[in-house]
Design a protein around this ligand. Structure first.
Ligand SMILES: Cc1cc2nc3c(=O)[nH]c(=O)nc-3n(C[C@H](O)[C@H](O)[C@H](O)COP(=O)(O)OP(=O)(O)OC[C@H]3O[C@@H](n4cnc5c(N)ncnc54)[C@H](O)[C@@H]3O)c2cc1C
Length: 343
């Protein structure tokens, strides 16, 4: 998502862009639920990240308009808000702690109950009678967004090369990227490799380090709650969410492990589905469509970065952790600023 949106921003500004990726759209982006949910994602100590994310929704709206000018298709953005609930007594205490932190961040939250807002609790277990509604949160479908950005890039002449870049270097008048198939030259280069290792020759500072945090989502066809807020639950001490798209397509998520091997474990799938059925028993007869795994690129302070490498012609855009879909239009602006300043 970061590479594709950056390529779009550059191509739209008139730069000639070549993008290298052996399997575009199949990194962490493939597993993402697509929430643009700064308030639901509030965590202690992440205030700066929260403020950054508040800029994401307006920038997605304008990116969507620009994409439709190029492709006639816009990225649909659903501004449904989020409903936060707790499963048992200790989960409800976690919910109250979350509400306290969200209030400290001045997030737009209010208490709701099944009695006063029954539609918000549709499909949710009858033992959950109240929750917190967060306004301002939204979601989009990353599969749709990637299709549209990809098609916009094609129309703008972005050359997509399905190769892995193994090493890079800076030359007196530009940059070189080397794959098993060939050597390519340009005036500048941007590395947007998510949680993957950087190509050889990338001289980064020790300031920024990325570690993979594996996560998994399960997609099912079940109930259609697309007119209702996204569900976020504290359940058995875990986090669970369900993003419901029109037509009953639901994304259930997500696991989180400090692991690099991109496999889906039986146990984690069982725990995720157990949490899902506890919170949303109406999913009982839902059909499983697929499970997707991805590596979230987490930086030391969990904030994204755009680092210009030694020599000034290569940059590294990463660290978007659990917010890369949200922050992609902002990362693309960093890429444009770098390109304009360097060329
Ligand atoms: C389970 C899960 C749920 C998530 N949910 C959300 C969400 O709801 N909202 C949100 O905002 N974020 C979410 N995220 C986070 C988001 O998915 C990531 O932050 C984002 O996808 C990172 O994008 P990226 O482009 O940096 O990395 P990636 O999507 O991993 O893409 C990196 C690309 O680089 C390519 N590549 C790597 N090395 C090379 C090389 N040497 N040469 C050429 N190409 C290379 C790979 O093939 C890949 O396509 C979620 C993540 C996970 C795992």
């Amino acid at each position: 998502m970061i590479g594709q949106t950056s390529a779009f921003r550059l191509a739209r500004a008139g730069f000639s862009v070549t993008m290298f990726d052996p399997s575009p759209g199949h990194g962490a982006t493939y597993a993402a639920a697509g929430m643009i949910a700064p308030s639901a994602e509030i965590a202690p100590g992440e205030e700066e990240n929260y403020v950054l994310q508040l800029r994401a929704l307006p920038s997605w709206r304008s990116l969507s308009v620009e994409l439709s000018e190029v492709t006639d298709h816009q990225v649909d953005i659903f501004e449904t808000g989020t409903l936060v609930v707790g499963w048992d007594g200790s989960d409800r205490r976690l919910m109250s702690q979350y509400a306290q932190i969200a209030a400290d961040f001045n997030a737009e939250i209010r208490s709701v109950s099944r009695n006063t807002s029954p539609e918000m609790f549709e499909g949710i277990s009858g033992r959950i009678t109240d929750g917190i509604f967060i306004g301002g949160d939204a979601w989009l479908d990353p599969d749709q967004a990637m299709r549209i950005v990809g098609s916009a890039n094609e129309r703008l002449g972005v050359r997509l090369v399905h190769e892995t870049i193994q090493s890079i270097r800076t030359t007196p008048d530009g940059v070189e990227a080397i794959s098993a198939e060939g050597e390519y030259r340009a005036s500048i280069g941007i590395l947007a490799t998510g949680a993957e290792h950087l190509p050889h020759g990338a001289e980064v500072t020790s300031e920024n380090v990325v570690r993979p945090v594996r996560g998994m989502t399960v997609r099912v066809r079940g109930i259609d709650r697309s007119a209702q807020p996204t569900i976020r639950a504290f359940v058995h001490g875990h986090f669970f969410y369900m993003v419901s798209r029109p037509g009953g397509y639901c994304v259930l998520g997500a696991t989180s492990d400090e692991r690099r091997d991109p496999i889906i474990e039986l146990g984690e799938t069982q725990r995720l589905l157990r949490d899902a059925l506890d919170v949303v028993p109406a999913l009982d007869s839902a059909a499983i469509l697929d499970s997707r795994v991805g590596l979230r690129p987490a930086s030391k302070d969990l904030r994204p970065f755009f680092e210009v490498l030694a020599g000034g012609r290569w940059a590294w855009s990463s660290g978007h952790y659990r917010h890369g879909v949200t922050l992609a239009p902002l990362a693309a602006l960093d890429a444009l600023e770098f390109a304009v300043a360097t060329t």
